[in-house]
Design a protein around this ligand. Structure first.
Ligand SMILES: NC(=O)c1ccc[n+]([C@@H]2O[C@H](COP(=O)([O-])OP(=O)(O)OC[C@H]3O[C@@H](n4cnc5c(N)ncnc54)[C@H](O)[C@@H]3O)[C@@H](O)[C@H]2O)c1
Length: 334
């Protein structure tokens, strides 16, 4: 199926990955509607599409039936990305599951009522918990260690149940860690790479939660977004679950060192501080099934992707002082 001229809904489309997906869908000739409550998303991520006849923004809540029904009217394809994140889940587990679990069920039901052609559920590698074997393919056990991971897994199960019970053309994608421009440095959404870049650019120490031996498998955001499009266009993805990752593992400590070198300020130190509760210790993807089925390959290598990310923050309109005020260091509370 070609997505060209399809009417697509992107929930969470004002967010980091969602806004890049919106860019690619518009570029492809789709009509795009975004449903986002702007809890973590930013209008500035999508404002370059405002005024375009093919683009529409609805400020609303995925867990509100009325908002979901209006967002689904006349939609052909749903990309469901709206969520609340991992650190948020430590402080607000019930609110986190309301969006990630119940919100997904509500969007599934609204999509069934509309009769959509495709429903793409964006899950996460956090549903696996710490790797028991590597690289991790889709058959790796799912043992999430946070309410975020558990509620995203519930979302997967709802989406797949809609395929089994109602024949909805549902598919599930589990992206491993994603980085790039528009990634979150601020508040409890802040992720390791953007937080560290913002701190290093200001000459502040990089914070490492735990001993830094945790590993992650990073993919550049435009490659992740392109993966969603390839998935939606494939018949073979229906009813299936696939990883998107780079099959590349780096420790947080090595990554911090690399960022210090790239930012070019040798005075920046690393400070090791308390472990984050429920932190996953090892993630290393096997995305070979998805690569084969959808002929998808990440195009941006890690060095290039980090340079683009650093340049984005170096030239951010807020300036480095304001970015640093919004970056809050240890960003969870229990
Ligand atoms: N960033 C990563 O490394 C990564 C890795 C794996 C999976 N994912 C998944 O990718 C998707 C997008 O994540 P992201 O990193 O872009 O995060 P993000 O926070 O930038 O995007 C989520 C968006 O959902 C919106 N949202 C939150 N609650 C909502 C609600 N109740 N109703 C409507 N909108 C709501 C937020 O405002 C935000 O714009 C998520 O489903 C996440 O689980 C992200």
């Amino acid at each position: 199926m070609s997505l060209q001229e399809k009417h697509c809904l992107v929930t969470g489309g004002a967010g980091f990955i969602g806004s890049h997906l919106v860019d690619k869908l518009i570029e492809k000739g789709c009509r795009v509607r975004v449903l986002d409550n702007l809890s973590n998303g930013k209008r500035s991520n999508i404002e370059h599409h405002e005024g375009n006849q093919s683009f529409e923004f609805i400020e609303g809540d995925v867990a509100d039936q009325k908002d979901a029904n209006s967002a689904l009217a006349d939609i052909d394809v749903v990309f469901h990305l709206a969520c609340l994140g991992v650190r948020h889940s430590l402080s607000f587990p019930l609110e986190n599951q309301r969006t990630n679990g119940t919100g997904t069920l509500i969007i599934c039901e609204a999509a069934r009522q509309t009769g959509v052609e495709r429903f793409i559920y964006c899950s996460t590698s956090e549903v696996y918990g710490t790797a028991e074997t590597v690289p991790m393919n889709e058959n790796h056990p799912t043992k999430p260690s946070t309410v975020y991971g558990a509620s995203k897994l519930a979302g997967e199960k709802y989406a797949l149940a809609y395929h089994e019970a109602y024949g909805m053309n549902t598919m599930v994608i589990r992206p491993f860690n994603t980085y790039g421009p528009r990634s979150h440095y601020e508040g409890d959404s802040g992720e390791m790479i953007p937080k560290s870049v913002v701190r290093a650019l200001a000459g502040k120490e990089i914070l490492i939660f735990g001993d830094g031996s945790q590993t992650r498998d990073f993919t550049y955001v435009e490659d992740t977004a392109q993966g969603f499009i390839a998935a939606a266009e494939s018949e073979k993805m229906i009813g299936q679950v696939f990883n998107i990752g780079s099959r590349f593992e780096i420790s947080i400590k090595d990554l911090a060192q690399k960022l210090v070198e790239k930012v070019g300020n040798a005075d920046v130190k690393m400070t090791f501080t308390d472990d984050r509760p429920g932190d996953v210790l090892r993630l290393y993807s096997d995305p070979s099934a998805f690569m084969k089925l959808c002929e998808w390959l990440p195009k941006t290598d890690f060095e290039q992707g980090l340079d683009k990310t650093i340049n984005y923050f170096r030239n951010h309109p807020f300036g480095i002082d304001k970015l640093n005020q919004l970056e809050i260091g240890r960003n969870w509370k229990i």
